[in-house]
Design a protein. Structure first.
Lengths: 182, 570
């Protein structure tokens, strides 16, 4: 974030004079702003990766805002699967992908694809009501939401991203407003 | 290992630890003109410039809020506190694999070995104790009596509060004495409704959390470069604005300003050196964590502020002819009476309505419901003491999608709109001093530097478990009384003593040297130039968050130490 942008942003929101201390602190804030890039990750095979790319787009499609593909949700899922899930859970995920591949998921019509995912969701909801165990759909949906609504593309498209709100205020929610992300 | 002795190793005072209380000790003693050495066992973290995750956007943390398997293994203890080992904080929390401890009974030990210690990551809730908190042990025959009363500490609370900056609402309640307040943070609409209902239906008080965030900085804050809270709610990563109090943002810069502070890092205190001739401590023996070099430093007084468990470990490891069981341990109370606050028990609910209410800014704070159990005419059937609640209302965001059916365009659009309001709160309960809840040093097992490992042997007792049930049941009752729906109680079974991160009691204050370690000015009874002013000093735990009391005790002890030093009484 550029220093001036932060300052102007906060000034316009607050409509207040900013103290010298706050300006100094703003400078420190902007000096810290990072620019780290994700590393590519090879946990998923190309075929699995393409499948995840398509399925996540069905969960969060492009509408008037970008969808999961543009937000690189599949990249995020590949990274998190590799780094954060134990073998048993990784296998739940890759087994789930394999069963979709076995049904030639990618060559099915959008309608058939949607039907398959709806069935997966119903099964998952039933399983969840009786046990706390992970299942493929639950993992996929959770990671898709986190991958999309935690991404730069998703946050900036869907929400009002305010890294430095500068105030705390109760307001009335009106149609057309965007939720704030911090 | 070579022991280096050098005249430049002499100071007026040595402060062991740079965290919540070490910082205050350093500030007070340097401002009085003493030359002070601050010894920090962890790495150096520079205020602002080393807060390397503070300004990261959600997408700049590669795993977002997912825990990596690597961090879970390295930070096996820190990870017991839900969010301490993830991308944003892991490099500030101690690597438990490299710094192991042993558990006869499980103890959740959350540590942050670096400049400022846990004051960088604390919850910032700040409450004065009340008069009864200091009297209850004596009245009820629990543990030993406090050697001080509220009146002894009241002025020191005010003194510390002005420096730290506490935001809160003046209420004039005996159970929760007011502090010197900066303006309170606002409650949101459902919280104001809840507050009214609690008074109307149950006669219970609710106030906004009293928190060490600057809602309106005063000159003493601005002069240290601190500015207003920006309502980012990412405090635990360190605040580039100095918006909340930490040793890094407050006490250490104030101490550095005097020109009287020397601070060394990566320096583990092996022991406090006891001098038989003067019957006083002469200094400390330190191991450099990087080079393994051993050094000695000397001073007229020592402030021991290593954090309650490490403070006791240093005392136990400081064996001498006079103190074969460890410095100041004539009473065999060092390491005993571990206390903490219970947490991980409470209730949640969903709120109807308020759908046109929203909040701009992310409040780093919640509501506080002061103790009502065993106060006045209230008598709980099956437990002593009481608890307070912390929590509040917020609107559901996109993550509610995990529990919802559906996917696709409409599902996506719905998740970009705010969801229902929910209300959640949990209890912080008082734990009684029990000499069998203890830590000690393992006679055989040592860490990679050859320092004996700490062994914990403590657990909740029947009083604690009965209180936990009451915390949950009352939380549910209150949410019902407010008219909220889907009320769900929780009482996490995997919680152990320690998880409150309010560990205390291992070198308690008392009037009698036979049953306590410290006197009423936090001096070791039989070694008057050593002051212990962190959580170890606590004789009982109250149910309110403890840091403010630790800081007040520290400022008071530093004042006393300086005066006695001037009159050559220590």
């Amino acid at each position: 974030m550029k220093r001036r942008k932060v300052i102007q942003y906060v000034s316009s929101i607050l409509g207040l004079a900013i103290s010298g201390t706050t300006l100094t602190a703003m400078n420190r804030f902007s000096a810290l702003s990072p620019s780290r890039k994700h590393q590519p990750n090879l946990f998923l095979t190309l075929e699995q990766f393409q499948l995840v790319d398509e399925v996540t787009e069905l969960i969060i499609p492009e509408t008037k805002t970008p969808g999961a593909k543009e937000a690189k949700v599949a990249d995020f899922i590949a990274l998190v699967l590799a780094d954060c899930y134990v073998e048993k859970d990784k296998k739940i995920f890759t087994d789930g992908l394999q069963s979709l591949l076995n049904r030639n998921f990618l060559s099915l019509s959008p309608l058939n694809q949607t039907e398959i995912l709806e069935t997966l969701e119903k099964e998952s909801m039933v399983a969840r009501s009786t046990s706390n165990n992970l299942d493929f759909w639950r993992m996929l949906k959770e990671l898709t939401l986190l991958g999309y609504f935690g991404s730069e593309v998703g946050i900036k498209a869907c929400f009002d991203y305010q890294p430095v709100p500068g105030k705390l205020e109760n307001v009335k929610w009106e149609k057309g407003m965007k939720m704030i992300a911090y | 290992m070579e022991i280096l002795k050098n005249k430049s190793n002499r100071f007026d005072a040595i402060v062991i630890g740079s965290g919540m209380t070490g910082g205050i000790a350093a500030k007070e003693l340097t401002e009085k003109g003493l030359k002070v050495l601050v010894v920090e066992r962890g790495r150096e973290v520079k205020h602002v410039e080393d807060y390397d995750t503070a300004t990261k956007a959600p997408w700049e943390l590669p795993h977002r809020d997912k825990l990596t398997l690597r961090s879970a293994e390295e930070r096996w203890a820190n990870n017991r506190f839900n969010n301490m080992a993830k991308d944003d904080l892991e490099n500030f929390m101690t690597n438990d694999k490299e710094n192991p401890y042993l558990e006869k009974r499980p103890f959740d030990w959350i540590r942050a070995y670096h400049t400022g210690g846990k004051s960088m990551h604390w919850g910032r809730q700040s409450y004065r104790w009340n008069e009864n908190d200091f009297e209850a042990n004596a009245k009820e025959g629990v543990g030993v009596d406090w050697p001080i009363r509220y009146a002894d500490l009241a002025a020191w609370y005010t003194y510390v509060e002005k420096f730290v900056g506490i935001s809160g609402q003046k209420e004039n309640w005996d159970v929760l004495p007011d502090s010197h307040f900066l303006p309170p943070m606002p409650m949101n609409a459902p919280e104001r409704f809840f507050k009214e209902k609690m008074m109307e239906k149950m006669g219970r008080n609710v106030t906004i959390g009293r928190i060490a965030n600057l809602t309106k900085p005063e000159p003493q804050h601005l002069t240290l470069g601190r500015s207003s809270c920006q309502y980012r709610n990412k405090c635990a990563r360190g605040c580039p604005f100095g918006g909340y109090y930490s040793s890094l943002a407050g006490a250490l810069p104030a101490a550095a300003k005097t020109g009287n502070m020397t601070i060394i890092h990566d320096s583990i205190v092996l022991e406090i050196i006891f001098d038989d001739r003067s019957q006083k401590a002469s200094g400390v023996r330190i191991l450099n964590a990087v080079t393994s070099e051993v050094m000695e430093y000397f001073a007229k007084i020592v402030f021991l502020n290593a954090g309650a468990m490490n403070t006791a470990a240093i005392l136990l490891n400081s064996k001498s002819g006079r103190f074969p069981a460890g410095l100041g341990n004539d009473s065999d109370q060092v390491g005993r009476n571990i206390m903490d606050h219970q947490l991980g028990v409470g209730a949640n609910a969903v709120i109807d309505g308020f759908l046109d209410d929203y909040v701009v800014g992310s409040r780093p704070n919640a509501l506080y419901i002061p103790r009502f159990r065993n106060i006045g005419s209230d008598k709980a059937k099956n437990f002593m003491r009481g608890y307070g609640y912390q929590g509040g209302a917020s609107r559901k965001g996109w993550s509610r999608g995990n529990g919802m059916e559906g996917f696709g365009a409409n599902f996506k659009d719905e998740l970009t709109q705010p969801g229902e309001w929910t209300f959640g709160f949990g209890g912080f309960g008082e734990i009684l001093p029990d000499p069998t809840n203890r830590m000690s040093l393992d006679p055989v097992k040592k860490d990679k530097w050859g320092i004996p490992l700490i062994v914990f042997d403590a657990s909740f007792n029947d009083n604690d478990l009965a209180m936990r049930m009451d915390i949950m049941e009352n939380a549910m009752e209150m949410l019902d009384a407010a008219g909220f729906k889907q009320v769900t109680g929780y009482n996490r079974k995997e919680v152990h003593i320690g998880l409150g991160i309010h560990e205390m009691g291992t070198a308690r204050m008392g009037n009698d040297p036979k049953t306590s370690v410290l006197n009423k000015f936090n001096q070791i009874h039989a070694c008057k130039n050593v002051f212990v002013t962190d959580g170890a000093a606590m004789t009982s735990a109250s149910c309110v968050n403890p840091s403010l009391t630790y800081m007040a005790l520290t400022a008071r002890a530093a004042d006393y130490a300086f005066k006695r030093l001037k009159t050559k009484e220590i």
